[in-house]
Design a protein around this ligand. Structure first.
Ligand code: NI
Length: 136
């Protein structure tokens, strides 16, 4: 069943309103409503993450696989966080570099702890954590 839409008026200062319209245009939005809804959801995800609620996301890391101890350390860390790792995809980027995309779902603090542990491994060249709603 589709939830009923609720309409409400929003008052903004002229400057903020103009900046918001420019933001909407740059973002390719059709309407202010969709843009506002996205901003609210984004803030909810941030809030959920901060409060340790369940989030979904992806940890992306790039490393040089020639450093064998790096591979072992990364595997150890992932095995220790099996409860929040849904899947991991390994891509051989080039002769030296590997890309790993680790899909996660779990409490914000646990997800952050995993991402921080992977990032801290010597030999990891780049790492990002992207967090989104688990859908609830
Ligand atoms: Ni590889």
């Amino acid at each position: 069943m589709k939830d009923k839409l609720v309409r409400f008026g929003v008052s903004l200062e002229g400057e903020l309103s103009r900046r918001f319209d420019a933001f909407i245009k740059a973002g390719g939005y059709d309407s202010r409503s969709k843009a506002i809804a996205d901003l609210i959801r984004k803030e909810f995800v941030t809030d959920l993450f901060d409060r340790g609620g369940v989030v979904a996301g992806a940890v992306t890391i790039v490393y040089d696989h020639h450093r064998r101890e790096v591979v072992n350390k990364l595997l150890d860390i992932q095995h220790d966080h099996g409860g929040i790792i849904i899947s991991a995809q390994h891509v051989h980027l080039d002769h030296d570099n590997c890309l790993e995309i680790i899909a996660v779902k779990g409490a914000g603090a646990k997800v952050k702890e995993l991402a921080d542990s992977l990032k801290a491994v010597k030999g990891v060249k780049h790492s990002t954590l992207s967090v989104t709603s688990a859908g609830k």
